[in-house]
Write a protein that binds this ligand. Structure first.
Ligand SMILES: Cc1cc2nc3c(=O)[nH]c(=O)nc-3n(C[C@H](O)[C@H](O)[C@H](O)COP(=O)(O)OP(=O)(O)OC[C@H]3O[C@@H](n4cnc5c(N)ncnc54)[C@H](O)[C@@H]3O)c2cc1C
Length: 407
């Protein structure tokens, strides 16, 4: 194996997911020398977080990218409905948010990441190295000074003022930094699969929830990105029961899928998302910080993972870009980023954990809530929708880009 001479950068980021690509874009935009390392050769991974929330569309607007982003092949939704015990409830109405970003976008994550890579490549100080895996940290006198990488033709050292772990929920770099997340047990997993739409489909519906189970039907134009919530670790039993048993469970929870469920013929069509919720106690050490899923894995509930990862990137860029230009980032600045971002993360994770308890009842053949509560929620939903839209679509502490383009 050959080892190339070290490269010197202002910032090196492990992971070309939403957190890493947005941070890379933001720093390069400020003229900083930034390298993003991505271990895969492309961004093509199915069933990743595809939800781009209104807060993220606003951020893209602040960067002057909004209109070009909205030209991608994407789906816009203004409401999120669920059918609970046969009762349709509009849970979120994004149309109640201030214009123009009053809708939710479903964009394939690879389109979004390719878009960010294209836009970032316009900055001469941006570098994206695909097929380059961060394998360890360079640590000198207790300070992180860069990463070691593995590529198909050898290894490389990249030295940087700041090293960022944006390498996702199985982060190699946070482990190399001696950080171990606190895991909050989760009682559910999610199976993802595509289904064609049946003739005369019902209005767009996020999911069907009852004592028969929970099935997600995210409207993606010509198809449903479908999901089934199962008990944690229950995949092997389901597989042993055969694909026919899975079809039966899907149609029990969402009977209108009966005409199309037979298109599921092979387990290769089905991906399992092992749902996790975890959080690092400390996200940083001198010269190093973890952001996005590497700092806090979120449940897919409310589809916030991508948006939280991006908000972390914006908060970090805002806090450190000026320091980075001088060649040093004070550890206290990194601590400030954790303090700022930890509150929204904690609140959302708490809500997700409570939500999981209800969903786990549906996977165990029980109602998620007493009938009177469902009826009450339905009646109160017009009053609740603006609140849920704000909480889900904008969040508790939305970030804004320092020096962004307003309007
Ligand atoms: C199956 C699935 C479904 C999901 N559904 C939703 C959803 O519907 N809505 C939602 O908002 N969120 C969803 N999420 C979560 C969402 O995808 C994540 O929260 C979000 O992508 C986190 O962004 P990130 O940039 O922090 O990490 P990631 O998106 O995980 O990106 C990390 C990147 O780092 C790369 N990488 C990993 N290790 C290394 C290394 N050592 N060196 C170099 N590169 C490395 C990976 O290849 C990846 O590209 C889902 C997640 C999964 C797994």
């Amino acid at each position: 194996m050959t080892v190339e001479s070290p490269i010197e950068r202002d910032c090196v980021i492990a992971g070309g997911g939403p957190a890493g690509m947005v941070l890379g874009y933001l720093l390069a935009r400020r003229g900083l020398r930034v390298t993003v390392l991505e271990k895969h050769g492309d961004f093509l991974r199915d069933f990743r977080g595809d939800t781009v929330h209104p807060s993220t569309v606003t951020l893209l607007g602040e960067l002057g990218l909004r209109e070009r982003f909205l030209e991608l092949p994407l789906t816009r939704l203004s409401t999120l409905d669920a059918v609970v015990d046969g009762q349709r409830i509009t849970i979120v109405d994004f149309a109640t948010l201030p214009r123009p970003d009053n809708f939710l976008v479903f964009a394939p994550q690879w389109d979004f990441l390719n878009f960010l890579a294209r836009e970032a490549s316009a900055f001469p100080t941006f570098e994206l190295r695909m097929l380059t895996e961060a394998t360890g940290l360079i640590i000198e006198e207790g300070r992180v000074c860069g990463v070691r990488t593995g590529t198909s033709d050898g290894g490389l050292e990249i030295r940087a003022t700041l090293t960022v772990a944006a390498d996702g929920r199985a982060s190699v770099l946070r482990a190399a930094a001696g950080m171990d997340p606190e895991d909050f047990g989760v009682p559910i997993d999610v199976l993802w699969f595509n289904l064609p739409k049946p003739p005369d489909p019902p209005p767009p519906t996020l999911g069907y929830i009852s004592a028969q189970g929970m099935v997600l039907t995210i409207d993606r134009g010509d198809r449903y990105q479908s999901g089934m919530v199962i008990p944690k670790g229950g995949f092997d039993d389901l597989r042993a029961a055969g694909i026919g048993a899975l079809q039966t469970r899907i149609t029990a929870a969402a009977p209108f899928l009966h005409p199309v469920v037979s298109t599921l013929v092979d387990w290769d069509q089905i991906r399992i998302l092992s749902v996790q919720i975890n959080r690092l106690r400390r996200w940083y050490r001198p010269g190093f910080i973890a952001i996005g899923d590497a700092a806090h894995a979120m449940s897919p509930m409310f589809g916030v993972g991508v948006n939280f990862a991006i908000q972390d990137a914006v908060a970090l860029s805002n806090a450190i870009a000026e320091d980075l230009a001088t060649g040093a980032v004070a550890t206290e600045k990194l601590a400030g980023v954790q303090r700022r971002r930890e509150t929204p993360v904690r609140i959302m994770q708490r809500l997700q954990r409570n939500g999981h308890k209800a969903l786990a009842r549906a996977t165990a053949g029980r109602r998620i809530a007493p009938r009177w509560l469902v009826v009450l929620l339905r009646a109160a939903s017009p009053l609740l929708r603006p609140v849920t839209a704000r909480f889900v679509g904008i969040g508790v502490r939305p970030e804004h880009v320092n020096g962004g383009i307003k309007g």
